[in-house]
Design a protein around this ligand. Structure first.
Ligand SMILES: *[C@@H]1O[C@H](CO)[C@@H](O)[C@H](O)[C@H]1NC(C)=O
Ligand SMILES: *[C@@H]1O[C@H](CO)[C@@H](O)[C@H](O)[C@H]1NC(C)=O
Length: 288
């Protein structure tokens, strides 16, 4: 075995390298409680280095762990890297450039939408060290006041439809009578739009009651929000169409019969009068 200048050089390099790594060791920190974001708002996802060394020459990756592919944001070689950015984040994310020198790698996310909910990883890599921190983001959106439409006679009752949109997370829809008792309704239908907001709708068939008041309630208990719409149906609406038609037809028939009969009686009377008059005239002539 030889211990020449070569191995000394390697040892020196190794020593230099490890002292270098030593100086770059850091922790990545952020909030441990979830961040609750209101849809449409701008939010900051806090993340920073401890000790507060500069991150200007590091790689800063922000990932949404619910997306298999792509990134929320990447900063590398002092530039923003736009390749592989998840489409829904394009144009909505930024770092605070003026804060990087003191280890602040917080992310600004604008115009929060439903698809932003999830676990975000702030991953920071230096030449020979890396660490990360994961933050939970919850998105809250209160949807529209339910819209109730009358669909007409259905299976011996009145068909109603309730719709509400713009919710996050997914809300629950319920149909209630005037006493607040749940009515049995059709299957709930839920759709999620491209921004991740929920639209719900549900059909119900109601029978006539003494108040004819019905309520559609859409609520999200996790965010403690609800929206309601009450409808009052006039009781004439419950008259079923076949019954009305037969009523009208019968009335018309009745009227025609009455008119016909009176005409007949009138004619008979006139004729009777005619005949008696003529007979009278004849008798008078004979008597002359
Ligand atoms: C870095 O942290 C130290 C101690 O926590 C603090 O005194 C100093 O002001 C910080 N520097 C910057 C640039 O924030
Ligand atoms: C990082 O910068 C943002 C934007 O200026 C600020 O709101 C936040 O408090 C900073 N975080 C730390 C840890 O300094």
């Amino acid at each position: 075995m030889e211990t020449g200048p070569d191995s000394l050089f390697v040892t020196l390099l190794f020593l230099l390298h490890s002292s270098h790594s030593e100086s770059e060791k850091f922790e990545v920190l952020g909030p441990t409680d979830p961040i609750v974001a209101v849809a449409g708002d701008d939010i900051i996802l806090p993340c920073y280095l401890k000790p507060n060394i500069s991150a200007e020459d590091m790689t800063v990756d922000w990932l949404n762990l619910d997306f298999k592919d792509g990134r929320v944001y990447r900063y590398q070689n002092r530039k923003i890297i736009r390749e592989d950015q998840i489409p829904s984040y394009i144009g909505r994310t930024s770092l605070f450039k003026e804060e990087l020198w003191r280890g602040n790698t917080s992310l600004k996310l604008t115009r929060v939408q439903g698809t932003d909910e999830g676990r975000y990883k702030c991953f920071i890599k230096a030449l020979s060290w890396y660490d990360d921190f994961t933050i939970q983001v919850l998105v809250k959106a209160v949807g529209s006041k339910p819209v109730v439409s009358i669909e007409g006679h259905r299976e011996g009752g009145m068909g109603l439809l309730c719709e509400s949109e713009g919710w996050h997370p997914e809300p629950e829809l319920a149909w209630l009578d005037s006493k607040g008792v749940h009515l049995s309704a059709g299957p709930p239908e839920t759709h999620r739009d491209f921004k991740g907001f929920y639209r719900v709708k549900q059909h119900v068939i109601v029978q006539e009651t003494n108040t004819n008041r019905f309520t559609c309630r859409v609520q999200q208990s996790r965010i403690n929000e609800k929206m309601e719409t009450e409808v009052h149906l006039p009781s004439e609406l419950f008259d079923t169409t076949p019954w009305r038609i037969s009523f009208i037809v019968l009335s018309c028939l009745g009227a025609i019969t009455v008119i016909g009969l009176s005409l007949a009686i009138y004619c008979i009377c006139i004729k009777k009068e005619d005949i008696t008059e003529k007979l009278d005239e004849l008798r008078k002539e004979r008597g002359k």
